[in-house]
Design a protein. Structure first.
Length: 290
């Protein structure tokens, strides 16, 4: 179990923000943090990794205290056993793929894990090449493998796939699920991609202005449970595209195109050219055929 109870004052592009988080995460699960830019998502990851300190709080991981302001405990980042992958791959350009992974080894750690990760991440043909010769997707696979070399308790993923195309994003999501299964990792993911959240996450928290406003499974939080009559607009269906287990419906409303997330049940008997009502429920618009 990971317990995070922290408070920190932040200064964002939108102004000052007070991060106030009280969160428990079950070990061995994948949890997504979802929210608008500037809500404090990345800050939570950085605090958990020890790269940033809150003004007040406590962090406990599997009954070990990592941070406690009351008792003046602050475990160093090197001793927190956390792997981090950001959007920036941050690979050493003068090292081969294999050398990048070997650099991450702890002193006296066996290099058996290197061979294992190269096989899992399908890097065998790339291991002697330099990062500059590789695609973005290949470099992200290496960054992910490198974060796993020390067999971390927690893997932190800060929108690591956002710059990749749909096909490569889906493939690396499969790798993430595979390493999660192999190593029973606790993964904390920051993502804005609803399809990605559904595919990877068991749990999800919604962050607004530095506070958790909702928590539960993606299915619970994204489905149409919270009907709100705040807006209703009539439009025409332009296109329906499947993306993994969800659908993206493009709707023409006046002169604007709105993309709406839908499920298989929502698009039954829905076709291009249909007139529909777009109404709001919770964070997401939903569709009703006219």
């Amino acid at each position: 179990m990971i317990y995070i109870n922290i408070k920190k004052n932040l200064f964002t592009a939108q102004g000052s923000l007070k991060l106030d988080i009280d969160l428990s995460i079950h070990s061995g699960t994948i949890t997504t943090i979802y929210g608008a830019s500037g809500a404090g998502k990345t800050t939570i990851l950085r605090i958990l990794a020890g790269l940033l300190n809150p003004e007040y709080g406590k962090i406990v991981v599997d009954n070990t205290i990592w941070f406690d302001t009351d008792n003046k405990i602050n475990v160093t980042p090197q001793n927190r056993n956390v792997g981090i992958v950001f959007q920036d791959y941050a690979l050493f350009p003068n090292m081969t793929v294999k050398e990048n992974l070997e650099y991450a080894l702890n002193k006296n750690q066996s290099n058996t894990i290197i061979k294992e990760l190269i096989e899992i991440m399908e890097l065998t043909e790339l291991q002697n090449r330099y990062p500059v010769t590789l695609s973005g997707g290949q470099q992200q696979r290496i960054a992910l493998a490198r974060a796993l070399v020390r067999k971390p308790k927690i893997l932190l993923l800060d929108e690591p796939l956002s710059a990749l195309d749909k096909e490569m994003r889906s493939k690396i999501q499969d790798y993430i699920l595979q390493i999660h299964k192999n190593y029973q990792l606790t993964i904390l993911l920051v993502s804005h991609d609803i399809s990605e959240i559904y595919k990877l996450s068991e749990n999800m928290i919604i962050l607004e202005n530095g506070k958790i406003t909702r928590q539960g499974s993606p299915a619970t939080l994204f489905t149409n449970q919270y009907l709100s009559g705040k807006f209703q607009m009539i439009g025409e269906v332009l296109n329906i595209e499947q993306e993994d287990i969800i659908y993206i419906v493009s709707v023409l409303i006046h002169n604007n195109i709105v993309k709406v997330v839908a499920f298989a049940a929502d698009i039954i008997n829905l076709h291009k050219g249909d007139r529909i009502v777009v109404s709001s429920k919770a964070f997401n618009p939903v569709l009703f055929k006219v």
